[in-house]
Design a protein around this ligand. Structure first.
Ligand code: ATP
Length: 197
């Protein structure tokens, strides 16, 4: 079974694109959702996060996401330490999930795929792009975020140009109808290529 990584900058439309693959019966694993779930359910993760940020990081079994975000915001070293706790757990969880799937390929959606080197563990990778202006508009509408907050988050990610150099496929997500067609095209290519891609 092939593993196809799916990524894109914030507001590019990764989750929307992942939904189109689901419509084609492709199993989709969303790494960020798994990370959030494991932060709640894994005692090992809880203990490690409390060791890193103190007891205030949890209220009982519930992670205090705002507090944790405040501790990693603008602190690349602490963010890296947090990722080093969560990423290996997500990877184990993903491998278990893959072993339960029956499909020619699965989609692994992650906000950071190239930045972490996780793309090397995928057979193929897909990058979702959209013009920055559109991404900002979408996020303002979805999250009521300010332009400054969005720009700051964008500045912490690799540029599309840098990611495009490593991606096998690029989906331009502007008009939804056209995006769905691009997904169908890539889906057929992956299925046709079989063992050769
Ligand atoms: P994040 O990085 O924040 O998780 P994302 O890359 O997963 O975002 P989505 O959640 O798929 O992006 O899309 C962001 C918002 O833009 C959503 O509200 C979604 O419905 C909307 N959206 C996505 N693609 C399009 C499109 N082609 N046309 C209009 N709206 C879109």
């Amino acid at each position: 079974m092939k593993i196809v990584g799916l990524t894109g900058g914030i507001g590019s439309g990764k989750t929307t694109v992942a939904g189109f693959f689901k419509d084609l019966q492709v199993p989709v694993y969303i790494a960020d959702d798994a990370g959030k779930r494991l932060m709640k359910t894994s005692e090992e993760i809880r203990n490690k996060i409390i060791s890193l940020f103190g007891q205030a990081a949890y209220d009982g079994n519930q992670p205090d996401r705002k507090y944790i975000a405040s501790r990693v915001f603008n602190d690349a070293e602490q963010l890296q330490k947090l990722n080093q706790i969560i990423h290996p757990a997500v990877e184990t969880d993903f491998r278990e999930w893959v072993s339960r799937q029956e499909a020619k390929y699965v989609i692994y959606e992650a906000a950071i795929l190239f930045e972490t080197g996780s793309y090397k563990k995928c057979d193929l990778s897909i990058l979702v792009t959209a013009p920055q202006k559109l991404r900002i508009e979408r996020l303002q509408k979805r999250d009521q975020s300010t332009k400054d907050e969005i720009r700051q988050r964008m500045d912490n990610q690799w540029s599309d140009e840098k990611k495009a150099e490593l991606a096998d496929f690029i989906i331009k997500n502007e008009e939804l109808k056209d995006t769905r067609l691009q997904v169908e095209h890539i889906h057929n290519k992956i299925l046709k290529a079989g063992q050769n891609c």
